[in-house]
Structure formats: structure tokens, C-alpha cells
Design a protein around this ligand. Sequence first.
Ligand code: ZN
Length: 68
Amino acid sequence: MVASNKKKQGNVCRECHRVVEGEACVVCGSGNLSTDWSGYLVIIDPERSEISKKMNIKLPGIYALKVR
Ligand SMILES: [Zn+2]
């Protein structure tokens, strides 16, 4: 019994926390992805968002709050 009831929710880049569809991050090009993450963060305007500054997000998109 190994995490068979876990929902499939895609990959997240460990470098920048971007939610990725595929094998590599579209933002930083990293292949260092994690499936163990939680919390959606939708960044529409990174220039005006405090949380995007804290997380060093420069592009709009969907990010994860926590990545393990
Ligand atoms: Zn990335």
C-alpha cells in the first residue's frame, strides 16, 4: 500500500514552484520536479503582488505554496 489513494495533481518545479505540465519547467527550464506539493497560488500580476516578490516569482501563472 504505497500512496495509491493519492490524487494526481501534476508536477511542481522545486526551483521556482511553478505548476508544470510535462517534464520540464517552462519558467526556469529545470527538470527538478516534485509531485508532493500543496496549495494553489495563482499569480496574475507578479509586479503588484507581495507574495510573488517573497517567492521570487516573475511570470504570471499557477504556482504551489508548499513543495516537498
Ligand atoms: Zn522552475
